[in-house]
Design a protein around this ligand. Structure first.
Ligand code: NAD
Length: 356
């Protein structure tokens, strides 16, 4: 029996999670497994109900589960709030409290979707890379931070990029372990030509690499990497980088696939794990049944593979998605000529229908 804590969040997070839950239930029935699903609220929905983006009760529920499935949080309604109680704080708190230091974002282009990308098909066809982002360190957490008013009445805003050797070591180990199961190439991305914290990052990754002589290690400055991702993305296997650089590069890599609605992610710690689509709550399409649920559905696939140890279920989800795309079903974000436009609900149903 597996206990899954489901946190749909806000906006389309709620819509795509419904489809993921139906898929989990269908898999349970098909494979005679028991998934105990416990749903609760986070983000703006929790602010409206409890005044905070996540309650201690929900945090405890997440900690008690085998795994967490999250939709997305945020929206214009809560944008004016203080940073300390904005919906996005729920994510930071979950990552911090569950110790989720490694964020895995696989970027794989389905051959039936090569034309959905804004890049030329020959550039994107065959892309299979993994962005590994450090998730609970760096500038998003470093102290000092804040905005202060100076004696002359102007203001000063500060955030601090901080990394310690153990923090870099554990994410570097993760990168090499992942690369061993893939094409055995790690690229560490930093800004060591300018930032001292990046120099520490680079030196530490080089030290960790000594334990993985079978894996090739390269380094790239983040500005060059941003360019190379567009110029020749097929050169990459595992890209490991800091919280801030990973946040930006993974969204850039996302667009190689054509839509952010296709990208799953996993956040792993020593004891806990959380799976969520890369996209946000998409207020522009909220409530219209237009969201692409495939990122969340593929996140369920990653959950089966990396946490629940059910690789055959992960394979069957990925194959079902492939079949549905090959059959020409498309939500508006990936729509192209000659294909059949479907809603979020219909896309979810098609995936279930195509499970082995
Ligand atoms: P977004 O990812 O929500 O949307 C960006 C664009 O992509 C929009 O045009 C949207 O319609 C489209 N899109 C996103 N997901 C899609 C899907 N599944 N299917 C089809 N189209 C999709 O990013 P944003 O607009 O910058 O942010 C909106 C809100 O979401 C903000 O409040 C932001 O803070 C929050 N956000 C949350 C997360 C998260 O919960 N992990 C991540 C990013 C942004």
């Amino acid at each position: 029996m597996y206990k899954i804590c489901v946190l749909p969040g806000d906006g389309i997070g709620k819509e795509v999670t419904v489809e993921a839950v139906k898929l989990i239930q269908a898999l349970a029935e098909k494979h005679h497994l028991v998934f105990e699903l416990e749903e609760d609220i986070v983000g703006g929905t929790s602010i409206d109900a409890h005044g905070v983006p996540i309650t201690d009760q929900v945090l405890n529920k997440a900690k008690a589960a085998d795994v967490v499935l999250l939709g997305a949080v945020g929206g214009p309604k809560w944008e004016g709030l203080d940073y300390a109680i904005r919906p996005e704080r729920a994510l930071l708190k979950l990552r911090e409290e569950l110790g989720l230091f490694a964020n895995l974002r696989p970027v794989k282009v389905f051959s039936s979707l090569v034309h959905a990308s804004t890049l030329k098909p020959e550039i994107v066809d065959g892309i299979d890379l993994m962005v590994l982002r450090e998730l609970i360190g760096g500038i998003y957490f470093g102290e000092p931070k804040g905005v202060e008013t100076l004696p002359d009445g102007t203001q000063k805003g500060v955030n601090t990029e901080v990394y310690t050797t153990p923090e870099v070591e554990r994410i570097a180990h993760k990168a090499f372990e992942l690369a061993r199961k893939r094409r055995k190439k790690v690229l560490s991305v930093d800004k060591a030509n300018v930032l001292e914290s990046s120099e520490l990052w680079r030196n530490t990754v080089v030290d960790v690499a000594k334990d993985y002589k079978d894996v090739e290690l390269d380094h790239m400055y983040v500005d060059n990497c941003a360019m190379q991702l567009i110029r020749n993305p097929k050169q990459f296997d595992v890209i490991v980088t800091t919280n801030l650089f990973g946040d930006i590069l993974s969204d850039e890599a996302a667009m190689l696939t054509g839509s952010i609605g296709m990208l799953p992610s996993a956040s792993l710690g020593e004891k806990h794990a959380m799976y969520e689509p890369v996209h946000g709550s998409a207020p522009d399409i909220e409530g219209q049944n237009k969201a692409n649920p495939l990122a969340t559905i593929l996140s369920v696939g990653m959950m089966m593979r990396y946490t629940l140890n059910l690789p055959e279920l992960a394979d069957s989800i990925e194959k079902a998605v492939e079949k549905v795309l090959e059959a020409g079903f498309r939500t508006p974000d990936i729509m192209s000529e000659g294909c059949q436009l479907v809603s979020c609900t219909e896309m979810g149903e098609q995936v279930i229908k195509n499970l082995d």
